[in-house]
Design a protein. Structure first.
Length: 250
């Protein structure tokens, strides 16, 4: 099996190395990832400028392509140019921080997976909850859980995106696995106003905990200590509303 591994934390990220060490147990893995952190890049792509791709060695663990572009750029370039053999599965992650709720729309990790789906490749996004603000999760343990979960998901359907999130492992072993929908709620967020030394007004986005709506979703289940699995789709059409709009006398 041929696996393409990408992420949004950059090719030097510990989460990428951790899942690489697990994936090579079951497949031939090619790494194509951003040259630096691209968190929050969503599904952005580079089209005005050419992409720079350089082969780099990561501590003797693997040699991969470092791309000066977004996570979606990495997947597009890998599939269309860098990978000479057909790709059986795209894995994006392991992200430093959960990708649940509306984070799914902001996430470069999910953006990379969605790009794979656009290209007809089965795709799985993997993320690990941070332990505290500024404290990353335990990627080595998370990678083991991710591989175990991936094995049970196989084979992933072409064009599908499966979103896996690992809870805080400092609390102990996950309580289990829950297949849940994506929450449509966001964070308790606000902007902190500051002034820099040039007298300019700055607005720093801040916030931490997700808004909890009480229903079983990816956010609530992960907070309760479960590994969450959410099936996503690149089709953003509201089919019910579309059917209603067709009844209008335009």
């Amino acid at each position: 099996m041929k696996i393409l591994l990408a992420n949004d934390d950059g090719i030097f990220a510990p989460g990428l190395a951790a899942i690489y060490k697990q994936l090579v147990k079951i497949a031939d893995v090619t790494v194509v990832a951003p040259d630096t952190t691209r968190s929050g890049a969503g599904h952005s792509i580079t089209y005005r400028d050419p992409l720079v791709a350089t082969k780099v060695d990561i501590n003797g663990l693997f040699t991969g392509y470092s791309v000066q572009g977004s996570p979606a750029d990495c997947v597009k370039l890998a599939c269309m140019q860098l990978c000479k053999d057909p790709i059986d599965l795209l894995v994006s992650g392991i992200n430093n921080g959960a990708n649940v709720g509306i984070n799914v729309y902001y996430s470069g990790t999910i953006g990379a997976a969605m790009e794979g789906a656009f290209l007809g490749i089965p795709a799985v996004a993997m993320s690990c909850a941070v332990e505290a603000p500024g404290v990353p999760g335990d990627f080595e343990k998370a990678a083991v859980h991710c591989l175990d979960t991936l094995k049970k998901l196989m084979p992933v359907e072409a064009g599908s995106v499966i979103n896996i999130n690992i809870p805080q492992l400092s609390r102990g072993q996950p309580k289990g696995v829950r297949v849940v929908p994506q929450s449509s709620t966001g964070f308790n967020e606000s902007y902190v106003e500051k002034t820099n030394d040039r007298g300019q007004t700055l607005f720093q986005l801040t916030g931490d905990h997700h808004v909890v709506d009480g229903t079983p979703t990816d956010t609530t289940s992960m907070e309760e200590g479960y590994i969450t699995i959410t099936a996503l789709t690149p089709d953003m059409t509201d089919h019910k509303k579309t059917a209603e709009l067709r009844k209008v006398e335009w």
